[in-house]
Write a protein that binds this ligand. Structure first.
Ligand SMILES: [Zn+2]
Length: 456
């Protein structure tokens, strides 16, 4: 299998960073964009040909096996280092559990020095205690971090670990060819103003009192029945009790539903996930578990009953429905958590830099009062065709609040994705010292995009 054009381009950019000896490179690509394939086929295969001893670091069991399988497909027999497997010093590529390496790092100190490349999967965790110290022990290695969310859970930057970023295409650019388009429906939204914040997100106890409410769950079930009856959906819940209660309500509506949580055995959890994938269950209620890395491509629905302040968590939730699958033409998100309003639609672009982390911008969307669809500003509701003659008033400048200092750090092409008005264009041009000809062409491109929306 060949790499997709953008994967090949990104792999070449990563290899260029390695050739220049950049100590820390961060590769950002949306969920389901094919990060592992890009890195394994495009990067690891190349450095293995150069004889570089390579470590692929993962923090969960499923990811470990996934990495070993992807490596095997390109003919690389990787050794596994986890609690059941010891180091095979003869192998060139090692897939390692982070926890195991942390525990054995004294014993393996000599070997750590021989490694030339360390790939860190889901690198947004790399600032966690112990990870950074472990990476520093790979004294002679270059570090390649890979993530869909290139900032911490609270939006802060990934710290001192990475010096250069390779930016893959955005969700919007990957849709519809490589990702499935998602519709957002918002029958109701919570008032979270009274919920205290703890460690950057809503305090779970208070949030549970707000959201573990049968009326809200029933509203969501009615919207599900109207928009995607019978389609496999993940239901994001606040607590284990909330997940179980929501599953009971779903069952009362006649759907087959199961709640999964961290207290379940791996076998029970895997069989619940398989049941959703095979079509036996319609609803999988999840508390924290299915946010990250659980790939069930057939899933075409999400019911979000878990408000979050964390853009990272929201992007992980959205990512669960964006995978393409045979016969799947669109996904539906029933948003009872006010998520699209706060963090943007699933294909909203996010502004970030390595030094500043996630840069807050206002996401402009319209909620149709008639059918409750939430959509990118345009003259008509894409679902019921209700007219919004004043839609342009919602396309106020997006970048106005972003400092020129930050704009200068970002590629112009990246910034242009955010342009919503002429004011944005002038702001970019001023910050980056761009010529009038760029302003002229960027304004034309903006008008073309707006015209396209009018025709759609
Ligand atoms: Zn509508």
């Amino acid at each position: 299998m060949k790499l997709r054009p953008y994967q090949q381009k990104n792999a070449d950019e990563i290899l260029a960073c390695l050739a220049r000896g950049v100590r820390g490179t961060l590769y950002a690509l949306p969920t389901a964009g094919g990060k592992t394939a890009t890195v394994v086929r495009g990067v690891i295969r190349e450095v293995v040909n150069l004889g570089w001893p390579t470590v692929f670091l993962v923090h969960r069991r499923e990811l470990l096996h996934q990495a070993v399988r992807t490596l095997a497909r390109v003919g690389i027999q990787a050794s596994v280092v986890d609690q059941d497997h010891d180091l095979d010093p003869l192998a060139l590529v090692h897939v390692c559990s982070i926890d195991t390496l942390k525990a054995r790092k004294k014993r393996l100190a000599g070997w750590l020095l021989t490694i030339k490349l360390v790939v860190v999967d889901e690198a947004h965790h790399a600032v966690a205690a112990g990870w950074q110290a472990l990476l520093e022990d790979f004294t002679n290695a270059l570090i390649l971090g890979v993530t869909a969310t290139p900032y911490r859970g609270d939006g802060k930057p990934l710290g001192v670990l990475f010096n250069e970023a390779v930016r893959g295409p955005s969700v919007a650019e990957l849709t519809p060819r490589w990702l499935c388009p998602a519709e957002v429906w918002e029958p109701w939204s919570p008032d979270t103003s009274g919920v205290p914040i703890s460690r950057g997100d809503f305090a779970v106890g208070e949030l549970d009192r707000l959201m573990n409410n049968d009326k809200i769950t029933k509203m969501a079930m009615n919207a599900y029945a109207a928009r995607m009856p019978g389609e496999p959906a993940i239901v994001f819940c606040v607590s284990i009790a909330h997940a179980r209660r929501a599953a009971a309500i779903s069952a009362a509506y006649g759907w087959r539903a199961i709640a999964v949580d961290g207290e379940m055995s791996d076998t029970d959890r895997d069989s619940a996930i398989d049941g959703l994938a095979s079509g036996y269950y319609q609803h999988l209620m999840s508390c924290q578990l299915v946010n990250e890395g659980t790939d069930i491509p057939v899933v075409s629905g999400a019911i979000n009953l878990r408000p979050t302040k964390s853009t990272q968590l929201k992007k992980q939730q959205d990512g669960r429905v964006l995978r393409t699958h045979f016969g799947k033409t669109r996904s539906c998100i029933i948003d009872m958590a006010g998520g699209a309003n706060l963090h943007g639609l699933p294909d909203a672009d996010l502004l970030w830099t390595l030094e500043d982390g996630l840069i807050p911008i206002r996401h402009r969307t319209i909620r149709c009062p008639k059918c409750h669809r939430r959509f990118e500003p345009g003259p008509f509701c894409p679902s019921c065709s209700m007219a919004f003659p004043h839609w342009r008033q919602t396309t106020l400048p997006v970048l106005a609040g972003v400092s020129e200092h930050i704009l200068r750090k970002l590629p112009t092409q990246e910034l242009e994705r955010f342009v919503a008005s002429e004011i944005d264009i002038r702001h970019i041009a001023r910050a980056k010292g761009l010529a009038n000809s760029w302003i002229y062409h960027a304004s034309q491109r903006l008008r073309e995009r707006q015209n396209e929306r009018r025709r759609a």
